[in-house]
Unconditional design. Structure first.
Length: 253
């Protein structure tokens, strides 16, 4: 299981990310509601084309920048507790040019771009169903506006799903970068999120598996460097709360 300190950091990070995701989704729904009530539901249907993947890319970038840095520094501080630690100190630079360079590479990942496209598509489809329900039921513009407003619970649920997915990746990315910059002989251990979250049986079965620092875990037939790795595809990363712990291989000291 993840350490208590990791769990505390992760849960706090998910809450921050969920707020960001909720604000973004709420803004999208509010925009469509405005068009539906001030113009027409039919115009709102056309307006759905404005919901593009870049909105979710920008959302993810905010999460990665904040939470990736958080877990980089957390992992580095764990390494620094060892007297034999030698690493490059990115306490300052990490938040500027170094992290920006990492983010440029990360956000250009074609698999991530597919994920952002799916987020946009899901959002459009969800709102389209609401609008068509109103239109087919001969609801007035005001009634359709109320129907959209009633989606707060669903928006919160979806925001949490996005937050868990992207925070897991950000946490893994930050920890991995810290491990790469350490000269300690490290191995990494896959740990299941637990707490009833992410019930994928093969993720649970993988918990405790140890591989070398740069090796892959075989997850659902996919090679993944860590939990949340886009190489796993949406089937292995969406709503995943697993993490990878880096530990010193004492036999190699």
């Amino acid at each position: 299981m993840p350490t208590p300190s990791y769990n505390k950091k992760y849960d706090a990070a998910v809450k921050r990310s969920q707020r960001l995701a909720y604000l973004e989704l709420s803004s999208i729904y509010a925009d469509i509601k405005r068009v539906a009530t001030l113009q027409s539901p039919e115009q709102a249907l056309s307006h759905l084309n404005n919901i593009q993947p870049v909105r979710f890319k920008d959302l993810a970038a905010k999460i990665y920048e904040k939470e990736g840095a958080t877990f980089y520094l957390w992992q580095q501080s764990n390494f620094e507790r060892r007297k034999d630690f030698v690493g490059r100190d990115f306490q300052t630079g990490f938040f500027s040019e170094i992290w920006k360079a990492i983010m440029r590479d990360v956000l250009a990942n074609s698999l991530l771009l597919i994920r952002f496209s799916k987020m946009a598509e899901t959002t459009r489809n969800d709102i389209r169903k609401l609008l068509l329900t109103g239109i087919n039921s001969n609801m007035s513009k005001v009634e359709i506006g109320r129907l959209i407003s009633k989606q707060i619970g669903y928006i919160k649920h979806r925001a949490l799903r996005i937050a868990r997915t992207e925070t897991t990746y950000a946490a893994s990315l930050g920890s991995y970068q810290a491990a790469k910059n350490s000269t300690l002989p490290l191995v990494k251990v896959w740990t299941h999120g637990g707490g009833g979250r992410d019930p994928r049986p093969h993720h649970v079965a993988l918990s405790g598996t140890t591989v070398s620092k740069d090796a892959f875990f075989l997850v659902g037939g996919q090679n993944m460097l860590y939990a949340g790795d886009p190489n796993g595809g949406v089937e292995e990363v969406v709503n995943c709360t697993c993490n990878v712990t880096y530990v010193v291989d004492e036999s190699r000291l």
